[in-house]
Ligand binder design. Structure first.
Ligand code: C2E
Ligand code: CA
Ligand code: CA
Length: 297
């Protein structure tokens, strides 16, 4: 497990929603301009990577790129604080560029690795989103098939033809698409079938309470989500996996890949290089009767 990833436990945030004034005052008045300066200079911004483990062979099947911001005065600022600021000020576009470039550099060093990059819902209101992604990936000389865009289920896809069209266009260009935070929204089979997807990422809230129950008691909704994903030919990944018990249950219900602190916290790319070479979290009891065998990881 990485020792370098700050846990942010020292910053206990109330549910601030998107009230910027509250966020600013909580952080001792960090104005958006400081995030903008950090973006211009690159100072304090970085990308951490968290592995996703294929349950069949125990190897890293993908990594998720997560933005990090170390403020000179405040220290590490959690993404759940600075990402909403970036979204409200438009700086999320530059952050996404920054993360995507870093992700491409990593993908170039590992030609079989899929690198996932989060796309904020507000980016789908920008007409140049696709051109921008393509331009960066081309400049970096990266194969689009190695880049997976994570879009949150909170994105109002049903009433937003533009977002669905953009997702389809990205996928047609070879990028992979994952639906993040799956289960917290309302994506039933009909809604899901309207989005061009490769992967479902089951939200952490479904994983959290799995320890204190028996396998037979795994919530029906969790089973249904995995079955639906597989029926649609999608890879199903669960995130927020912190214990061996959770690994067992999630494998038993058929998840294809797992992501969480049990395997590794998000880590800088140099540390990830070592992790990819050693993959020293093994052995864990991942194989289980009843897990379905998927072909597309
Ligand atoms: P997310 O996309 O759902 O990312 C997963 C979050 O869960 C990450 O938090 C990760 O560190 C955390 N996590 C992973 N495994 C575990 C675990 O076992 N237990 C627990 N409790 N947490 C775990 P992080 O890095 O703080 O990011 C929070 C959110 O900020 C992300 O949630 C994503 O919505 C957003 N975010 C981060 N980086 C970016 C970015 O580059 N672009 C955009 N648009 N959003 C980003
Ligand atoms: Ca994500
Ligand atoms: Ca998520």
């Amino acid at each position: 497990m990485s020792s370098r990833e700050p846990t942010h436990t020292e910053i206990v945030l109330p549910d601030l929603g998107r009230k910027l004034s509250d966020v600013y005052s909580y952080l001792g008045g960090i104005p958006a301009r400081e995030l903008s300066c950090a973006l211009r200079s690159g100072d304090g911004l970085s990308v951490a990577y968290q592995p996703q483990i294929n349950v069949r062979d125990g190897l890293v099947s993908a990594v998720e790129a997560l933005a990090r911001w170390h403020h000179p005065r405040v220290g590490p600022v959690p993404p759940r604080v600075f990402i909403p600021i970036a979204e409200d000020t438009g700086l999320i576009l530059q952050i996404t560029d920054f993360v995507l470039r870093d992700a491409c550099a990593l993908a170039n060093r590992h030609c079989n690795l899929t690198v996932a990059v989060n796309l904020s819902p507000m980016l789908f209101t920008l007409p140049m989103l696709i051109e921008r992604c393509v331009e960066i990936v081309q400049q970096c000389g990266t194969k689009p098939t190695q880049i997976e865009f994570e879009i949150t289920e909170r994105l109002p896809l049903a009433g937003n033809g533009f977002a669905s069209d953009s997702i389809a266009a990205l996928r047609a260009l070879g990028f992979r698409i994952a639906l993040d935070d799956y289960g917290v929204g309302y994506s039933g089979p009909r809604r899901l079938s309207r989005i061009d997807l490769d992967k479902l990422k089951i939200d952490q809230s479904f994983v959290r309470n799995l320890d204190c129950i028996g396998v037979a008691m795994v919530p029906e909704k969790l089973r249904e989500m995995v079955e639906l994903g597989h029926a649609m030919g999608l890879i199903v990944t669960a995130e927020g996996v912190e214990t061996e018990e959770q690994c067992r249950f999630l494998t038993a219900v058929g998840c294809d890949a797992l992501q969480g602190y049990f395997f590794a916290r998000p880590m800088p790319s140099d540390e990830l290089e070592g992790f990819l070479m050693v993959q020293d979290w093994a052995p864990i009891p991942l194989s289980s009767e009843g897990s379905s065998s998927r072909a597309r990881i």
